[in-house]
Design a protein around this ligand. Sequence first.
Ligand code: G3I
Length: 458
Amino acid sequence: MIDSCQRNNRPRSTARRRTALALAAVGLLAAAGAVVLPVAASAGTTLGASAAERGRYFGAAVAANKLSDSAYTTILNREFNSVTPENEMKIDATEPQQGQFTFTNADRIVSHARSRGMSVRGHTLAWHSQQPGWMQNMSGSALRQAMLNHVTQVATHFRGQVVAWDVVNEAFADGGSGARRDSNLQRTGNDWIEAAFRAARAADPGAKLCYNDYNTDDWTHAKTQAVYNLVRDFKQRGVPIDCVGLQSHFNSGSPYPGNYRTTLSSFAALGVDVQITELDIQNAPADTYRNVVNDCLAVARCTGITVWGIRDSDSWRAEQNPLLFTSSGAKKPAYDAVLAALNGGTTPPTTPPTTPPTTGPTTPPPGGGSCTATLRDGTRWGDRFNSEVTVTGASNWTVVVAVTPPQKVSATWNGTPSWDSSGNVMTMRSNGSGNVFGFTTMANGNWTRPQVRSCTAS
Ligand code: G3I
């Protein structure tokens, strides 16, 4: 349905014809019982915007002490819509003395990100490495209890602010054994991983809980299979787990494997999201970056990519120049390849929606001032969908959109969002990116269309 006010006011533009074609295509596909919907019409100009139009995030690992570097924050704020604190949420950073928690640096990153509409991945609650001295010296039930208390306290502090947690990091051994890594945590008993996940779920029921590891990219490797078996076992027994993080640090000794897409899709088939959590590639070959992005786009439950740093000089492996920006902040060929892949990526296969998608613009309620906001449906996946809002009548605008709980907005583009305390009402302000903004909604089982509540010119 198109309301008369909208029909009268909208010019016969190319965009309108494109919209009409897209809507017609939706109708044809729906009539044919197809489940693949058209991709969003526009091409983003930044990594975050382009990924969001694909229903995904594009993030970076961020260091708190670089937030005062304007060259750094200029790229961060322009390009990325997700952030992972590189070190500031680790055990040694957040609980340097037992029972004394320090969140200052992590809070700075979270605040920087959320005030700009970026989501936050939490990294990491339980790990054999980066333990503070007091924890390194513990064992047995005292260590188990301390670990669970740490998980509980940290996840509670960030409840509602972190969309996904790397609950447990790097718990499997390298090599061909497929065994757990020996560590003080492992020696508290084989069930330490599931105990950590249960504690994290209890502390923040809204966060996605991930297992995160490296050298788990090649489907044939014993370590990959071991993590796969852990996730399958957790799903079968009802241990809370929502996602698997593949760190994906690629280099000559641990190259990008040709079966990477198989690995992503195999994990996804277990009923978990897959996230590429720490991507960097030695010498940043454009082809390999492109392959990684296309592999993620080909798997509906590959929900986002994080690069482990912004400029080469920010990398933990700076000598390998493995990132998307030079040390002086210039875009590298790998950047162009990633952006092009995000913009040209194929529509991912979807699982059939439980209800048919709705199409056509909504009618905004009256009283929104002298601008009009029209929402139309974008791409839809098995667990989430995009919406685009076109504003007419103002170049500086504020649009209020509401989603229906338990829906959650997971990504936005072309605007500066803020949320009310419920997290269900989003206020989007123009940020100079034009008059069309978009967002991704995690359905969480509810496919109700988001509602435009008001449009105010400013
Ligand atoms: O900030 C201090 C500085 O004050 C001090 O002078 C200096 C002396 O060593 O250390 C500095 O801290 C270092 C910190 O990075 C910040 O640069 C630590 O020593 C160093 O151990 C730490 O390394 C981090 C590493 O994890 C260990 O936690 C890297 O930045 C970080 O990129 C890396 O990230 C890991 C992921 O968490 C898990 N996956 C692998 C990935 C790469 O190793």
